[in-house]
Write a protein that binds this ligand. Structure first.
Ligand code: FES
Ligand code: FES
Length: 159
């Protein structure tokens, strides 16, 4: 057991836990950040994606010890109900999702994509989301939502 310090959504945290503890468990059970979802627990579905130092990572397969000193962003760090991130607003506008279980992971993957490619083609969006499973089959609307958000961000929408 050791105290491991890192930053989550802009705030410093220190968690005393075994270094092998999955980051997903720490986020959900110790820090109350339940927006990040447990799907497969085997790095196969993408529902647990977070950004670590800006890169998407499957938190179910990320040991707590590996995020020491790093910056983690979860879906709670993207936007708020009052001030949604343009991606979140675009997903609402396109009604991109049914049960919603996959969406926090998909939004994180999309944020990482748009951070490095502000004008992705539909194929590039699909490839960026290739590791994210949506069992509701909402893919066409999800693709449209990412395109809409990209256009809005290019036009100068916030965040
Ligand atoms: S819960 Fe992590 S990839 Fe499925
Ligand atoms: S909206 Fe239900 S799994 Fe994607």
């Amino acid at each position: 057991m050791q105290a491991i310090g890192f930053t989550v959504n802009g705030g410093a945290v220190s968690v005393s836990a075994d270094g092998d503890t999955p980051l997903l468990d720490v986020l959900r059970n110790r820090l109350g950040l339940v927006g990040t979802k447990f799907g497969c627990g085997a790095e196969q579905c993408g529902s647990c994606l977070v950004l670590i130092d800006g890169a998407p990572a499957k938190s179910c397969g990320t040991a707590l010890s590996t995020v020491a000193g790093k910056t983690v962003v979860t879906i709670e760090g993207l936007g708020t109900r009052e001030r949604p991130h343009p991606l979140q607003q675009a997903f609402l506008d396109e009604q991109a999702g049914q049960c919603g279980y996959c969406l926090s992971g998909i939004l994180i993957a999309a944020k990482a994509l748009l951070g490095k490619n502000p004008a992705p083609s539909r194929r590039e969006i699909a490839l960026a989301l290739d590791d994210n499973i949506c069992r509701c089959g909402s893919h066409p609307r999800i693709l449209r939502a990412v395109e809409r958000a990209a256009a809005q961000l290019r036009a100068g929408a916030g965040q």
